[in-house]
Design a protein around this ligand. Sequence first.
Ligand SMILES: [Zn+2]
Length: 147
Amino acid sequence: MFLHCPVPDFRANLGYWKRALQLQDWRVSVMLVPAAELDSNAVGEMDIAARDKMATIRILREQDSDLPRRLARADQQLTLVHELVHLKRMVDGDAWHNEAETVAQTTALVRSHHRWREAAAIEDYKGWLSNNPSGASKTPSPLKAAH
Ligand SMILES: [Zn+2]
């Protein structure tokens, strides 16, 4: 089905962050999905089959985002990292649902790797939000409310 096709653009970044987080032995797939397939206000979710070391990350598709296009795409890449950090935390036995710690860890990771695109998404989102305060409730960034 069209909406569920894996997205080639995410492959390189997925490979990069799997290596960075030492998750190479996991099979992770990424799908872009409509808002209706995510929890309300979520921009990303992950299904994990721990025994099989498989994970599926679902990310809000660009056309359902309230963010400007450039920001929406950067936000998708950041969501990918955020969900992988959740996975890494689970593997390490940390409190993997802890959203505040996951956000902090994601931010630190992106900055330490000098990944301009994801880092720009963090800064752009803050700037955009200050001009669009109502946007926060509609399309939370993974920095705020992704699962
Ligand atoms: Zn999260």
